[in-house]
Design a protein around this ligand. Structure first.
Ligand SMILES: [Zn+2]
Length: 91
């Protein structure tokens, strides 16, 4: 059962999105949604980098754009408070 979460996104234009989130009680990823795993070069076996594996308990690419918001609504949303999950500073 995916846990969907509303997210306010101001770029490129104001929208409310529905995103999937990791299972906070997931026994595999402990709620982190994934884990880093080092991998080596196929021939030399030397360290070649770290790959991030997404856990199967969520799908980070599953984002549903719900509705575009008119600009007056976006301004009012800023009045209610800074948007969550945005690295944009509040205007
Ligand atoms: Zn998980």
């Amino acid at each position: 059962m995916p846990r969907l979460r509303l997210r306010f996104n101001s770029q490129p234009r104001p929208t409310i999105e529905l995103t999937d989130t990791p299972d906070p009680k997931c026994l595999v990823c402990d709620g982190y949604g994934g884990w880093p795993e080092d991998y080596g070069h196929p021939e030399t076996g030397e360290y070649a980098g770290t790959e991030w594996w997404d856990c199967t308990c969520w799908n980070p690419n599953r984002v549903r754009r719900l509705l575009p918001l008119p600009r007056w609504f976006a301004r009012r949303a800023y009045d209610w408070g800074p948007p969550v999950y945005s690295d944009e500073p509040p205007f």
